[in-house]
Design a protein around this ligand. Structure first.
Ligand SMILES: [Zn+2]
Length: 699
């Protein structure tokens, strides 16, 4: 084991932390990529800071403005408020379900946020921090609407991606103005936009370039993650330009100055201010003062985000805070890279994702397993892949076989030998001394990883502590020793119980549900004080002799192959559906007249008999009641249906098709079919709920 110098302060002064997690955009539920990239690491960090008795405000909220929500509302024929109300509730519940301990989860449609963002804008306006300019912006003549952000799609001027949005290219991460796009097209009508004059307020980022160079490029070269630092450096090196912070849109926070009628704040201007409003809302509720959390030099502000948000949190928001003048700047922005799923990019539109509500339906009470698998494989320095096989292995080989196994043996043996009472130890052996010393070192080792935002490493050290316990029991074999040396057995079990107690406390940031269960098994609530992170290093005894623990309960269960296969099947179905959706529809055939159409005599019928055509793979010989008569039709559907399956089927029949012989059988008509995404034939038939008689014409 490596020993790191302690990053924690040794005195009892607690430090103030304002921890923010990216505001999820409220146009859909959240998936494992969001959890891995932002919310689990942020929660581990916040829980750890609370355990070390620091003063923490951990805030987040729904990001409810912007163009994509208005597009979704239009598509679904509802109001933007309906869209955000629906997903705000779903997202908030997912966070609660997965034990993300926000002190406040707010929303940007809240009045306190509208006020805070308006005031912030006004303050910059009064200070003359904006450029007010009438410029030509993209306009859709048909939709009679200015095209900003996602209302316009075009070629990225930097990387050539043909599907870049007006404010950002999702492929290379570049943030730009809509007028920078090459070959722009309206996302509403598909038309090429025209240019029309409109007034907007711009934040002159170029004016803040020197400050950003000094603060980030010089000041944070060592402590910011290389992926974050590198992206910021490349933007600054490219040269920064003024960015419009207002939009011609009717959904959002109205621009609170003269000439701002019919315009709103750009969603990326108001969203980060959401962290401030969420803190205010929390402080009001708790009877605290919010200002120290944002304005006191001794507060450490940390933004947890995904890599697509780096420009907004490292360049735009800090420039806004600096321009306002009374706020602190982030101490760190530990952005993660992206998580892929089974080798492919997570995608909402392609349904290539594991949605949190669905996960909990399939794996009830296994929140910690997902938290652990995502942390152990977190995309901290590069994009990473989530696979269901790895998920299963993390559960079965680590959580069950190491952590769960150790705890189970300790608790079962303590109950068996001593009725659940922690035994009195005798003299420690050298192994005992070394083991207990190693346990005491873990809080510092794990803290050092967490303080450097290395959560994967931290989670592996946690597992190493469980491994240490497991090995100690396996080497000391109390189940053998008890036959010859009762005093020694008591000492072994005493040592093992100390390790179990350390695990209960130290696992809390990573496995909060398990930690709670384990604390309850070990009756931590009966202890004089709630154990803190430091206690593990400083106290010689965590569970004293005579302390009564509870009965054993399994902390983790094995995940079977069939459960993993079911998840893989689900993804395979998504893939097939996507392939089918992407299949280009056949081009329209040559135009026909109405007279041409009326020549077709289509009737409703019922298949009354069916048998396989001998020696023909594809053909079924059917007897069909057409209402006019009962006739024979040979149909090429045998690869999709058995004869038994189709008897009784309601069908649509073309009855006046000239008869033709197929393998010697005369076929008198044709049954209308189409094809499912999987290539299976599907009957085109009358609505099963409607009573339609055979022989009725279709026109
Ligand atoms: Zn690009």
């Amino acid at each position: 084991m490596t020993y790191f110098c302690s990053f924690r302060k040794r005195d009892n002064m607690s430090k103030r932390y304002t921890i923010t997690a990216a505001l999820p955009y409220t146009n859909g539920p959240i998936h494992i990529g969001h959890l891995a990239g932002v919310y689990v690491p942020a929660d581990i960090y916040a829980r750890y800071q609370r355990l070390t008795r620091n003063d923490v405000a951990f805030v987040c909220g729904s990001d409810e403005h912007g163009v994509p929500i208005t597009i979704k509302a239009k598509k679904e024929g509802v109001s933007p408020q309906d869209v955000v109300d629906k997903y705000h509730a779903i997202i908030k519940k997912s966070f609660e379900d997965f034990g993300i301990t926000f002190d406040n989860y707010s929303r940007t449609s809240a009045q306190i946020h509208h006020e805070t963002a308006s005031e912030f804008f006004l303050e910059l306006y009064k200070k003359g921090e904006f450029i007010e300019e009438v410029t030509e912006q993209l306009y859709d003549e048909e939709a009679k609407q200015f095209l900003a952000d996602r209302f316009v799609i075009g070629t990225c001027p930097k990387c050539g991606n043909e599907e870049a949005y007006g404010d950002q290219c999702e492929k290379c991460g570049t943030s730009h103005n809509a007028t920078d796009l090459i070959n722009p097209k309206s996302a509403i009508t598909g038309n090429a936009p025209t240019l029309k004059e409109t007034k907007h307020w711009f934040l002159p980022l170029d004016k803040h370039e020197d400050f950003l160079k000094e603060w980030i490029l010089k000041g944070h070269k060592k402590d910011w993650k290389p992926n974050v630092y590198g992206q910021v450096k490349s933007w600054i090196d490219d040269g920064l330009r003024p960015r419009a912070v207002t939009r011609d849109l009717d959904w959002g926070i109205p621009v609170p100055v003269e000439g701002g009628e019919g315009k709103v704040l750009y969603v990326w201007f108001d969203a980060p201010i959401g962290y401030i409003s969420a803190t205010k809302e929390w402080a009001e509720r708790e009877g605290k003062d919010w200002e120290p959390y944002w304005k006191n030099e001794n507060t450490k502000l940390v933004h947890f985000i995904g890599k697509d948000n780096i420009v907004f949190h490292c360049i735009i928001f800090p420039s806004m805070l600096k321009a306002e003048g009374s706020y602190i700047l982030p101490d760190n922005v530990p952005a993660n890279e992206f998580l892929n799923l089974e080798g492919n990019k997570l995608s909402t539109s392609k349904n290539w994702a594991v949605w949190l509500p669905e996960y909990l339906e399939d794996f009830p009470d296994k929140q910690d397993v997902l938290r652990y698998a995502l942390t152990a494989n977190a995309p901290e320095t590069k994009d990473n892949d989530f696979t269901w096989k790895d998920f299963q292995a993390r559960n079965n080989n680590e959580l069950v076989a190491i952590f769960g196994n150790f705890i189970n043996r300790v608790v079962v043996l303590t109950n068996k030998y001593y009725n659940g009472i922690v035994p009195e130890p005798s003299d420690y052996s050298q192994v005992d001394e070394e083991t207990l010393a190693a346990v005491k070192a873990y809080p510092d080792v794990i803290a050092s990883s967490i303080e450097r935002y290395r959560f994967r490493e931290a989670s592996q050290e946690l597992m190493n502590l469980a491994r240490l316990g497991n090995k100690y029991l396996a080497d000391e074999e109390p189940w053998k020793v008890i036959k010859e040396d009762e005093a020694r057995t008591k000492t072994i079990m005493f040592v093992a119980l100390q390790i179990a107690s350390a695990l209960a406390t130290i696992s809390e940031p990573f496995l909060p549900f398990t930690s709670e269960k384990l604390k309850s098994i070990l009756s931590h609530s009966a202890l004089d004080t709630e154990s803190s992170w430091e206690d593990i290093s400083t106290k010689d005894v965590l569970l004293s002799a005579g302390h009564q623990i509870g009965k054993a309960e399994l902390l983790f269960n094995k995940i079977e192959d069939k459960d993993i296969q079911a998840q893989l099947d689900k993804l395979e179905a998504s893939k097939k559906a996507n392939e089918a959706a992407n299949k280009a529809a056949e081009p329209q055939k040559e135009e026909i007249t109405f007279d041409d159409f009326t020549k077709l005599d289509l009737r409703v019928g019922t298949i009354i008999e069916a048998e396989k055509m001998p020696k023909a793979k594809k053909l079924l010989v059917l007897k069909v009641d057409t209402g006019i008569d009962t006739r024979t039709i040979v149909s090429g559907i045998a690869e999709s249906f058995t004869a038994e399956e189709v008897i009784g089927k309601r069908v649509t029949v073309l009855v006046n098709l000239a008869p033709r012989k197929l393998r010697g059988v005369e076929s008198e008509g044709m049954i209308l079919m189409t094809e499912s995404p999987e290539g299976k034939l599907v009957f085109v038939n009358p609505d099963a709920n409607q009573d339609v008689a055979n022989g009725l014409q279709i026109s």
